[in-house]
Design a protein. Structure first.
Length: 255
């Protein structure tokens, strides 16, 4: 079984080597990494090339000529992964907010599901302790109330960026029709997963703040994402009640 982990990067020079090694050191058979770099001015692309050479054939790099958004980076990366015979495709950030240590846990359950979501908003899921209550509340409201209500999503963490997809799940979703180019990509994919009746499991994760480097998120990006939720609704409509099975909680015996 071949797994390709797609990591989009923009100025992640301090994180890329460590996250790549952490993934390969998990010891998961035939796990490969695809870095999608948007000509980062801090030299992330050069580090990615070095890793590709050092760790061949398990690391690959896609260089895009300019910063073109997280969504298109994932569409390009997923398309490449499908062309390279991935059975499972993982999406995650480079900044350690998504701990590689969860991947073996995802795999343990993948036989029963099509999509595994690393979720901050199911029992056992947690945001960084450094977050103020106000910041936590806003994030919870945006993910668990605002987006879910407008679109009728069942998934609790509608903007989760840490996911594992079964190949057949991505085949059901027409990636080329995904329009989102920024952070709203996560929401559009969650929507399409439910609309296509995929079996989704939300695995609780601890979401640690990025360790090093700068966030690409700012107020403008957040406002844009908030308005794009309405765009998704007007394009696709709210979800039908029977669209997907979403499991939120680990079995008591699994905890
Ligand atoms: N290729 C590419 N990668 C991007 C782009 N924007 C963000 N990224 C990457 O996407 C991932 C998530 O970005 P972050 O800046 O960590 O955003 P975030 O996790 O929502 O924000 P923080 O919580 O502040 O870290 C990181 O690996 C970034 O380097 C982009 O336009 N192109
Ligand atoms: Mg981050």
């Amino acid at each position: 079984m071949k797994t390709i982990v797609v990591i989009p990067t923009f100025n992640e020079a301090e994180n890329l080597r460590a996250i790549t090694l952490a993934l390969l050191e998990l010891g998961i058979l035939d796990l490969n990494v695809l870095v999608v770099d948007d000509d980062s001015p801090d030299g992330t692309g050069v580090i990615a090339d070095q890793l590709e050479q050092e760790l061949a054939p398990r690391v690959h790099v896609m260089h895009r000529p300019a910063k073109s958004g997280l969504g298109t980076a994932y569409v390009d990366g997923f398309t490449w992964a499908m062309q390279h015979e991935a059975d499972y495709v993982v999406q995650m950030d480079a900044d350690f907010s998504h701990s590689p240590a969860y991947l073996p846990e995802f795999f343990k359950r993948m036989d029963k599901y099509d999509v595994m979501v690393g979720s901050r908003y199911v029992p056992g899921g947690k945001l960084d302790e450094h977050w103020s209550f106000g910041r936590y509340l806003l994030s919870w409201w945006a993910n668990s109330v605002y987006v879910r209500m407008i679109l009728g999503l069942k998934v609790r963490d509608a903007t989760a960026g840490f996911k594992m997809w079964r190949r057949s799940a991505l085949e059901k979703i027409n990636l080329q029709s995904v329009r989102a180019n920024g952070y709203i990509f996560q929401v559009e994919m969650a929507y399409l997963a439910e609309q296509n009746g995929l079996r989704i499991f939300e695995y609780p994760i601890y979401f640690e703040d990025r360790r090093i480097g700068r966030s690409k998120m700012d107020m403008r990006v957040k406002w844009e994402a908030a308005s794009r939720v309405w765009e998704i609704r007007s394009r696709y409509g709210p979800l039908k009640k029977n669209s997907a099975i979403v499991s939120h909680q680990l079995e008591t015996s699994e905890k």
